[in-house]
Design a protein around this ligand. Structure first.
Ligand code: NIG
Ligand code: FE
Length: 417
């Protein structure tokens, strides 16, 4: 999938050969599918995609015997490397008992109000060495890569003091060095209000101390805020995100997840790179968001883990916009696989398989302001490719018990498989 130059859709009488319209869901415009049955080929050079099309045609211009490396994906499906645009993948400690507490009826907010949840992970991360954090994140990156993720955003936000936030950002940078996965760092000092501190006073600390120190350290690309009842108000979030912009950090926001506080509107007002969660946003909120060209990010894994209330896709459909889909991997949503997030996007939110795959590829890249074709297979895009063991792209969301990702290429090199 991707805006391939030449789409070869071969209608077939053979019922085992899928037709693009077999399930009544046409390919999204501008994102044609090159059917594997048509024997498609992709040419890669210097870590970039050169061209995509039917093998015969490609083979005439680029004879296979001239290729340095050839990957045989016969009978399989090739997708762009997956882009996970929202994770809290750097953490320490174990919160599996909270999973059980939630099953027994406790809410996420009750756990946080009692000093659990994010605040508990903060205690763990403060006590953990930077080296250990680096190792822990590298292990998660390995798992993500094995499941097809080639670009991942990772947030700080389990420090809530200047030193620990800087330690987290440094660990995020180090874990990404010498690792095939591209790691995009986000500063999220405003992830929760530390225990015993007033939210306004802590907002001052984020603005006056943390942000200047983070900017000086120079690692973070985005600034994110948990704009939520009993966490950061719209006014506090605005202050932090505007200060972030002054320090060169692009805004992102956890908006209207549990309570409709106004975070979606704030994202529109600030032209944020993305607004994430959006469970309680109204149709009008989404209109404002999309008119401001903010990329919406939906996190079906979190919705699944917190009881299965999913956002409504209709306002996005009315605008012809496909939201990004991400894992939100964190101790409250313990799932690293974007393939599984795509399954939940289909089953829980009603996305078509093609929409879900666009959600975890090109739309994820949009939420991270990536250009140069990241998350696509168009000419000039980075040669980040995933080969799945299935005859159609539908097998990614369709198979959810085992990992269907067989081979991963990053910048043209085989890194998995
Ligand atoms: O996006 N909502 C805030 N942040 C995370 C949860 C982090 C945690 O519980 O540790 C989220 O769901
Ligand atoms: Fe989050």
């Amino acid at each position: 999938i991707g805006p391939a130059n030449r789409a070869a859709k071969t209608p077939s009488d053979d019922p085992t050969v899928e037709s693009p319209d077999a399930d009544g869901s046409p390919d999204p415009p501008d994102h044609p599918v090159v059917e594997t049955e048509s024997d498609a080929a992709i040419v890669l050079e210097n870590g970039r995609v050169v061209t995509t099309g039917p093998s015969e045609e490609i083979g005439r211009e680029y004879p296979i015997e001239n290729a340095e490396t050839a990957v045989d994906a016969s009978g399989k499906c090739v997708l762009p490397g997956f882009v996970d645009c929202h994770t809290h993948a750097l953490f320490a400690g174990d919160r599996s008992d909270e999973f059980e507490a939630k099953l027994a009826g406790k809410s996420y907010q009750e756990i946080l109000a009692e000093g659990g949840g994010i605040l508990r992970t903060v205690r763990h991360v403060r006590e953990t060495s930077e080296d250990y954090l680096v190792e822990s994140l590298r292990e998660h990156l390995e798992t993500m890569l094995a499941h097809g993720t080639t670009t991942v955003e990772v947030k700080s936000g389990y420090g809530l003091d200047t030193d620990t936030e800087l330690k987290m950002l440094s660990a995020i940078e180090r874990a990404g060095e010498d690792h095939p996965v591209d790691v995009v760092p986000t500063f999220m000092g405003a992830h929760a209000v530390p225990e015993g501190v007033d939210a306004d006073a802590y907002t001052d600390t984020v603005v006056d101390e943390q942000l200047p120190a983070v900017a000086e350290q120079g690692i973070a690309e985005f600034c994110d805020v948990f704009c939520e009842e009993d966490v950061f108000s719209v006014a506090q979030s605005r202050r932090i995100l505007e200060a972030g912009v002054e320090h060169g950090l692009k805004p992102k926001i956890h908006a209207d997840e549990f309570v409709r506080l106004g975070g979606t509107r704030l994202a529109a007002e600030l032209s944020a790179a993305s607004a994430d969660h959006l469970l309680q946003s109204t149709d009008d909120d989404v209109d404002a968001l999309l008119e401001a060209d903010v990329t919406p990010v939906l996190l079906p894994g979190t919705a699944f883990g917190l009881g299965g209330e999913y956002p409504d896709l209709s306002p996005y459909r009315e605008h012809g916009v496909i939201p990004a889909v991400a894992t939100d991997f964190n101790p409250n949503c313990h799932a690293r696989s974007l393939g599984f997030a795509a399954t939940l996007a289909c089953v829980g939110m009603g996305m078509t398989p093609a929409e879900a795959i666009l959600g975890i590829t090109s739309r994820g890249a949009a939420a991270l302001d990536r250009d140069e074709g990241v998350g696509t297979l168009e000419a000039g895009a980075p040669a980040d490719l995933v080969v799945i063991d299935g005859p159609s792209y539908r097998h990614l969301p369709y198979t959810y018990d085992v990992n269907v990702v067989e081979t991963v290429l990053k910048d043209g090199a085989v890194v998995v498989g």
